[in-house]
Each structure stands twice: as structure tokens, then as C-alpha cells.
Design a protein around this ligand. Structure first.
Ligand SMILES: [Zn+2]
Length: 251
């Protein structure tokens, strides 16, 4: 097919070889979330008393807010069946995924960790690290999303678009996730079989869900997609909370 006039990106799938930038900003081909967890492990390495269950929730906090906003109709998205994977068209997410929104939610996370009794020995440093972990979600999304992240409310949308290259983005996210896990494994020793092997089972679970979200069956509607993500994030956080009790810090 002839290259359309104006800026384009080479498509790796579908009948049409080139997608215009307009088309790309109208949809989101893939939702990958596994790379975010590498930040959780890095934060754990920096501030070992912080529980991983909290860091797991922190790196996905913005997506969890998104899921709640999708349920309540505050934010909007739809499913487009024209592209493979999980084609979520994220056309309206000004409160959860704008730059200003991400800064706001990072502030909320800071306040929660600093002032609410959810962890032991609360202090500024711990609250700040959790807050940065929350904000890291937006930075990583910026690298992979395809022009649907607004800077201010629903305007000035950005995204460097690594998701256009499904395999590259998947393996990069996987690489960073494994790197994070290696950091954590180096920091701790497992108690018994579950403590030693459980962490690898969790890794496999996260990767399988990651594969499903890229190459699996598209969800029938956005609310189911949001519910599935929300459930997965809480589920992984519960598992890591349980696994952390079965591993002891070396230092
Ligand atoms: Zn996100």
C-alpha cells in the first residue's frame, strides 16, 4: 500500500501497512503492566523496610484509579476489534493518566503513607519512595504508550509508542522485571520450599498474564478489562505479601 501523506508509523500487523499518527492516537494496541513491577523491586532495594505489597500497589496505583474511574464512567475507553491483542482505545483518561493527574496521585500516595497507619515506622523517606514509585508508572507509560497520555487533563497527548513493537516492548519489560527480581532474590533468602520457589511461581504468573494481555483474547468490554486488571494488581500484591513473610532479609 502507498504511504499516506503526513507523519506515519510502520505497522507490523493488519492489512494496512502504514498507520497515520491520528489512527495511532485513537487506539492502544497493548496493555503491558509487567515492567512496572521492576520499580517495586528497585524501591525495595533502596528502602528495605518498605513492604513489597505496598510497592506492588504503588507502581500500579494510577491504573487502579483508572479502573475505578472506568467502572464509574468518570473516564472512558472502548474496545476496538480491528487490531490484535487487547486493543483498548484509551481516548479519555484525564484524571488518572495525565501528567498533572499522575503528580496528584503521587501526592495522595505520599500523604497516605506518611500519615495513615498502614506501615510501621512511617517517615518522610518511605512516603517519598512510595510516591516516586507511583509516579514512575506515568514515566514508564510515557515510553510505551502510543500518544494517548495527556499532559494536562485531556489535552497535549504524548507517548513514545514502544507498544507499536509488541515483541520489543514485551521482552524489554520482561528483562526489567527479571532484573528487579534478581535484585530482590539477592537481598533475601527463602524459608523452606515455598519461600524459595514461590517467587518464581509469581514471576511465571505475572508473565503469563502479561502474555495474555498482549496476545490473548480481547476482553468483551472495557469494564471487564478494567476489572481484570484491578483484580490482577490486588491479587499480585496479596501473593507478594504472603511470599515476603517466607523470605528473610540478608542485611
Ligand atoms: Zn497506566
Amino acid at each position: 500500500m502507498a504511504k499516506p501523506p503526513g507523519p506515519t508509523v510502520l505497522k507490523s500487523f493488519g492489512r494496512q501497512k502504514y498507520a497515520t499518527l491520528d489512527e495511532i492516537s485513537e487506539r492502544e494496541a497493548i496493555i503491558l503492566f509487567i515492567g512496572h513491577y521492576s520499580v517495586s523491586f528497585l524501591a525495595k532495594r533502596i528502602e528495605t523496610p518498605l513492604p513489597l505489597w505496598l510497592l506492588f500497589l504503588a507502581v500500579q496505583f494510577i491504573d487502579m484509579i483508572w479502573a475505578l474511574f472506568i467502572f464509574t464512567g468518570v473516564e472512558k475507553a472502548n474496545i476496538s476489534h480491528e487490531v490484535p491483542g487487547t486493543p483498548l482505545n484509551l481516548f479519555f483518561m484525564p484524571y488518572s493518566h495525565s501528567l498533572i493527574g499522575a503528580l496528584f496521585w503521587s501526592g495522595v500516595a505520599f500523604t497516605i503513607v506518611r500519615y495513615l497507619p498502614i506501615i510501621n515506622n512511617r517517615n518522610f523517606k518511605k512516603a517519598m519512595i512510595v510516591s516516586i514509585a507511583v509516579f514512575s508508572h506515568w514515566i514508564l507509560d510515557l515510553i510505551v504508550h502510543t500518544g494517548d497520555l495527556p499532559l494536562w487533563l485531556n489535552e497535549f497527548k504524548v507517548g513514545l509508542g514502544l507498544y507499536e513493537y509488541a515483541y520489543i516492548s514485551f521482552f524489554l519489560e520482561l528483562f526489567f522485571l527479571i532484573l528487579g527480581l534478581v535484585l530482590y532474590i539477592g537481598l533475601t533468602t527463602g524459608k523452606g520450599m515455598l519461600g524459595t520457589l514461590g517467587i518464581y511461581v509469581l514471576l511465571i504468573l505475572i508473565v503469563l498474564l502479561g502474555i495474555n494481555s498482549v496476545w490473548g483474547v480481547a476482553p468483551p468490554n472495557t469494564k471487564i478489562a478494567a476489572g481484570f486488571l484491578l483484580f490482577s494488581y490486588i491479587f499480585f500484591s496479596l501473593i507478594i505479601a504472603w511470599l515476603e513473610k517466607k523470605r528473610i532479609l540478608k542485611i
